[in-house]
Design a protein around this ligand. Structure first.
Ligand code: MN
Length: 231
């Protein structure tokens, strides 16, 4: 096959202790998946899961020990961090039952659903799509993926984010409203999942703004930490 121009490189994420990288197909994100974050965003705290997407090439991947550099995005004065567990799909499927979902997971990573909150809020108010608030360039920083078999305790792992050494977000994966298996069940009713899909599973409470020069360190027990500097 030939193309009218050279296709862009496949977006990818490093895998801990492997030379091969994880090629990214799509990025799905879950909204309001922790009660206390749903409340801080004005929700009731108990709603069915809903989904939005980021483009695959919004990935800003950091290898272990590396600091990813995120350019401060255009058009915003309120860039927010959302620390999230990312599920990496290794085997696709549709209508995947929660009880079968584990067999579709390749691994897990620490991610940041970076958000132009002022634009997202404006779009919400007007009933318009969130893309400009959520799906911009470099909006999906992510650390190396750890293969699932190495993190048997992910469902109870602690999750947190520090900005310039100060605690901003701290919670537990156990506080998700919809756990990772239920999320895969719901998501795969709406889309056929494919190997290479990433699922950002929602953020706990404590979202707030960052500015140029800030250093963000995200962690989830058992996974490679994620370090990002905003420039
Ligand atoms: Mn989010």
């Amino acid at each position: 096959m030939s193309f009218v121009f050279e296709p862009p490189a496949v977006a990818s994420v490093p895998v801990a202790d492997r030379a091969e990288r994880f090629p990214v197909h799509r990025i799905y994100c879950v909204g309001r998946n922790y009660v206390d974050h749903a409340l801080e965003m004005g929700g009731t705290g108990r709603e069915p899961p809903f989904f939005f997407m980021k483009p695959a090439d919004a990935v800003l991947a950091a290898a272990p020990g590396e600091t990813a550099v995120m350019p401060y995005p255009s058009l915003t004065n309120n860039l927010h961090h959302e620390i999230e567990l990312v599920v990496a799909i290794g085997k696709g499927g549709k209508d995947i039952a929660a009880a079968e979902a584990a067999s579709h997971i390749f691994g897990f990573a620490v991610g940041l659903d970076m958000t132009r909150r002022d634009l997202q809020n404006e779009m919400k108010k007007q009933g318009r799509p969130w893309s400009i608030g959520k799906g911009f360039d470099h909006s999906a920083p992510i650390g190396a993926i750890t293969q699932a078999a190495r993190v048997p305790d992910i469902a109870d792992a602690g999750i947190g984010l520090q900005v310039n050494g100060q605690d901003r977000q701290r919670s537990s994966i156990s506080k998700m409203i919809w756990n990772i298996f239920e999320t895969i069940e719901q998501l795969s009713k709406a889309w056929t999942l494919q190997a290479g899909d990433l699922i950002f599973t929602g953020t706990p409470e404590g979202v707030a703004a960052v500015t140029r020069g800030d250093v963000l360190i995200g962690h989830i027990d058992g996974l490679q930490p994620l370090q990002v500097r905003v420039e």
